[in-house]
Design a protein around this ligand. Structure first.
Ligand code: ADE
Length: 249
């Protein structure tokens, strides 16, 4: 049967999901724990990659070469780059780009040298399946996040977005940097540190992938505080809720 690789950057983003794993087998490779088993009847291998593009790329490569995965999903948080997005909204990447790639004037800004590529595209069908799962999650949010917490965090109306997500080895915490990136990339929705690295490795191996992000902060001057409390308090149920709806449908 088809095995899904599940990749996380932070422990808090993975937490919660591990308790649902059945027939658990643990493999230790390259200082990482690969947890193999079933989630809601579906074969998976999940792993905590760590933060940043190198951690994400090397872990993706390990998942591909040590396990027979046929698709890969990352679930985690991101900073908003578009002013329409609020903390608690969900972004399903349709395209990914490395915003810290800049070999100009040798190659166009953002282009990965000698590949001719700056953007990586998510498989349409997998994207659609995740949209469906996310819609179900949002409709049944009370099953996953208690009302008191939703009120406290102003999560009474969660929106779902699809579009461009940019990755780089920087935690963005300045409005001026977001504005500059937004000027260069008008369709940019969110900023994070792994998605486009996973996308590049999956592209090299013709493997389907998807990047699922919940907005934890606005990548501005209060980002580090907003990010920490979001990750500590509510990141986990988003991952559990969306992936449960994905595997059960
Ligand atoms: N992940 C969550 N928030 C982020 C930010 N502001 N910058 C980079 N990655 C993030």
């Amino acid at each position: 049967p088809n095995t899904t690789g599940l990749i996380f950057a932070m422990r808090e983003e993975q937490e919660g999901l591990e308790s649902f794993i059945q027939n658990k087998q643990v493999h230790q490779i390259a200082k990482r724990r690969f947890i193999q088993g079933q989630l809601w009847g579906h074969p998976v291998v999940m792993v905590l990659a760590g933060i940043g593009k190198v951690a994400a790329a090397s872990t993706t490569s390990l998942l591909i070469h040590h396990f027979q995965i046929n698709q890969l999903i990352l679930s985690g948080v991101a900073g908003a780059a578009d002013p329409a997005l609020k903390v608690g909204d969900i972004v399903i990447a349709r395209e990914l780009l490395q915003h810290d790639m800049n070999a100009s004037p040798l190659f166009p800004r953002f282009e990965i040298p000698l590949t001719g590529k700056s953007r990586f595209f998510v498989n349409k069908n997998l994207h659609l399946e995740l949209q469906k799962a996310t819609t179900l999650f949002v409709q049944n949010i009370q099953k996953y996040i208690p009302e008191s917490l939703r009120k406290e965090w102003d999560l009474m109306k969660i929106e779902m977005y699809s579009g461009l997500v940019a990755s780089g080895d920087q935690f963005i915490h300045e409005a001026a940097i977001v504005n500059q990136l937004k000027k260069e990339l008008p369709d940019l929705l969110a900023l994070e540190m792994e998605g486009a690295a996973i996308a590049q490795v999956c592209d090299e191996h013709d493997l389907e992938f998807a990047i699922l992000r919940t907005i934890s902060d606005n990548a501005n001057e209060t980002a580090s505080i907003d990010f920490q409390s979001f990750v500590n308090q509510i990141a986990a149920p988003y991952t559990v809720g969306i992936l449960k709806n994905y595997f059960e449908n």
